[in-house]
Design a protein around this ligand. Structure first.
Ligand SMILES: CC(C)=CCC/C(C)=C/CC/C(C)=C/CC/C(C)=C/[C@@H]1[C@@H](COP(=O)(O)OP(=O)(O)O)[C@]1(C)CC/C=C(\C)CC/C=C(\C)CCC=C(C)C
Length: 453
C-alpha cells in the first residue's frame, strides 16, 4: 500500500495535477470533470488493489486511453497537446526523427512549441466561430457581402487595394492568378495581407536586410498596432487597416510573424524540430491563420473551426519546411542551417557536411526523412482545404500542389539541394492551375491522383 501510494503520488498524481493546473486555460474546452473523475477512480482502485505495483500504471493507461477516446484533445491537459499525440503517432515513422515519449510528456509539464502554437490556433478559431455565429444569426452571405465596414474613402481605398494587387501580380504571379476566382472583397483583402507579409519578409530578406535591427522590427510592430487601430502610414497600410475592420483577422499572427523575423536576426541554428516548428509557425504558419478569416469557411462545412485552422497552420508549416529543404545550399552560403541539429547528428551528419555540400548516402537518407515529414504536413493541410468557402479553394489548392511538387523536384535532383535549385517547371506550374481548379470543384479524391506525388 505504501509502495502504491508513493508510485501513485510521485509518478502519476502529482505530475498530472501539476500539468492540470498549468493548463487551467484548457478547462473550459476539455472534459475537466471526466478527467478528475478518472483520477478519483484511479485513487480508489489503488487503495483497494491487491497488486498495486502493476495495477497503477495499468489503470492509469486505461483511464488515459478512455479519456483520449472520448475526446482526443483531453490529452492536452497533461501537457502534450491534442494534436501532439496524433502527430507523434504519424511522425515517429520518419527516419531519424524522435519525439518525446508519452510518459516523458506526462512527467515533464513544459510546453512544446506545438502546444504553444495550438493555443493561438484555438484563439483564432474562436474568433471565426463567433463571426460564423453572427453571420448565421443575421443571415448574411459572406461571399457577396463583408460582415461590416464601409468604404468611406472609396476612391482612395480602391486604389490602395489596386496597388496591393499590383505587388501581388509582380511577386507572386501564379498566386495572383489563383485569387482571380475569389470574390472581389476577399481577393482584395488577401492581397492586402499578402503585401504586409511580403514587406515584413523583405525587412530581413530584402536588399536592406543588413541594416535591419531589432529596433527597426519594434517600430514595424508599433506601426502594425497603428494599422490595426485605424492609423495607417501609407496606401498599403490603409488597405490592411480596412481589411481588418471587415474580417475577424486578429493581430496575433501578424505580431508572431514579426517575432519570426526577430528570431531570424538572432538565430542561425535550430537544435531540434520543436525549435524549427516554432520558427516555421512564426514565418509561415501565421500566413495560414491570417488568411482563413478572409477566405472564409464553407457555410455547409461540418468540420470544426479548430481543425480547419490546424490545416491552414499545417499548410504554412509544410510550405516553409519545403522552402528550407529547397534552399539548404543557399542558406548555408549565408551561414544558416535551419535543419534540426539533433536529427543531423543522429544521421551522422554535421554543419560541416552541409558546408562541404556533398551528396552522400547519409545525406540522401536524411533528406528522405525530412521530405517525408514535410509531405505529412501537406497531407494534414489537404484535409482542410475543401472546408474553405468554394471560391477560395482554388488558390489554396494551387499553392499546395505547386509547393508540394518542389519536394518531388528535390528527389528528382537526387537530393542535391546544395548546388541545384529544385523548381517546378513552367509546364507543370501551368498544369497545376487547372488541376487545382478541378480539385476545388470536384474534391480531392478524384483529382489528386492526376498530380505527381
Ligand atoms: C492562397 C494563398 C496561398 C494565400 C496566402 C496569401 C498570403 C497572405 C501569402 C503571404 C506569403 C508571404 C509573402 C509570406 C512572408 C513569409 C514568407 C516568405 C513565407 C514563405 C512563403 C513563400 O515565400 P516566397 O514567395 O519567398 O517563396 P519562393 O521563394 O518564391 O518560393 C512561405 C514558404 C510560406 C507561405 C505560406 C503560405 C502560403 C500559407 C498558406 C496557407 C493558407 C492560405 C491557408 C489555407 C487554408 C487551409 C484550410 C489549408
Amino acid at each position: 500500500k505504501v509502495t502504491c501510494d508513493s508510485i501513485f503520488l510521485n509518478k502519476i498524481y502529482v505530475p498530472l495535477t501539476q500539468a492540470f493546473h498549468s493548463h487551467s486555460h484548457f478547462f473550459s474546452l476539455y472534459p475537466h470533470n471526466f478527467f478528475s473523475f478518472s483520477i478519483f477512480l484511479l485513487h480508489l482502485f489503488c487503495n483497494h488493489s491487491k497488486e498495486p505495483n502493476c495495477a497503477v500504471p495499468m489503470m492509469s493507461g486505461v483511464l488515459l486511453w478512455v479519456n483520449c477516446g472520448l475526446k482526443e484533445n483531453a490529452i492536452s491537459l497533461m501537457g502534450l497537446g491534442g494534436r501532439g499525440v496524433r502527430i507523434e503517432k504519424r511522425f515517429r515513422h520518419c527516419s531519424g526523427i524522435s519525439f518525446a515519449s508519452f510518459s516523458n510528456a506526462v512527467v515533464e509539464p513544459t510546453r512544446s512549441s506545438e502546444e504553444r502554437v495550438y493555443e493561438v490556433v484555438l484563439k483564432q478559431a474562436a474568433l471565426v466561430k463567433e463571426q460564423r455565429r453572427i453571420v448565421k444569426k443575421r443571415g448574411l452571405n459572406l461571399d457577396t457581402k463583408p460582415i461590416e465596414g464601409d468604404f468611406t474613402n472609396g476612391d482612395l481605398l480602391s486604389s490602395a487595394y489596386d496597388r496591393c494587387g499590383d505587388v501581388c501580380a509582380e511577386y507572386a504571379k501564379t498566386f495572383y492568378l489563383g485569387t482571380q476566382l475569389m470574390t472581389e472583397e476577399r481577393r482584395k483583402a488577401i492581397w492586402a495581407i499578402y503585401v504586409w507579409c511580403r514587406r515584413t519578409d523583405e525587412l530581413v530578406d530584402g536588399p536592406n536586410a543588413s541594416h535591419i535591427t531589432p529596433k527597426a522590427l519594434d517600430r514595424w510592430e508599433q506601426r502594425l498596432t497603428d494599422v490595426f487601430e485605424g492609423r495607417p502610414y501609407d496606401m498599403y497600410d490603409a488597405a490592411l487597416s480596412d481589411t481588418v475592420t471587415k474580417y475577424p483577422v486578429d493581430i496575433q499572427p501578424f505580431k508572431d510573424m514579426i517575432e519570426g523575423m526577430r528570431l531570424d536576426l538572432r538565430k542561425s541554428r535550430y537544435n531540434n524540430f520543436d525549435e524549427l516548428y516554432l520558427y516555421c509557425y512564426y514565418v509561415a504558419g501565421t500566413v495560414g491563420l491570417m488568411s482563413v478569416p478572409v477566405m472564409g469557411i464553407a457555410p455547409q462545412s461540418k468540420a470544426s473551426t479548430e481543425s480547419i485552422y490546424n490545416a491552414a497552420l499545417a499548410l504554412g508549416i509544410a510550405n516553409q519546411l519545403t522552402n528550407i529543404l529547397r534552399d539548404v545550399g543557399e542558406d548555408a552560403r549565408r551561414g544558416r542551417v535551419y535543419l534540426p541539429q539533433d536529427e543531423l547528428a543522429k544521421a551522422g551528419l554535421s554543419d560541416d557536411d552541409i558546408f562541404r555540400g556533398r551528396v552522400t548516402d547519409k545525406w540522401r537518407n536524411f533528406m528522405k526523412g525530412q521530405i517525408k515529414r514535410a509531405r505529412m504536413f501537406f497531407d494534414e493541410a489537404e484535409k482542410g482545404v475543401s472546408e474553405l468557402s468554394s471560391a477560395s479553394r482554388w488558390p489554396v489548392w494551387a499553392s499546395l500542389l505547386l509547393y508540394r511538387q518542389i519536394l518531388d523536384s528535390i528527389e528528382a535532383n537526387d537530393y542535391n539541394n546544395f548546388t541545384k535549385r529544385a523548381y517546378v517547371g513552367k509546364a507543370k506550374k501551368l498544369l497545376s492551375l487547372p488541376v487545382a481548379f478541378g480539385i476545388a470543384i470536384f474534391g480531392p479524391q478524384k483529382l489528386t491522383k492526376m498530380t505527381t506525388r
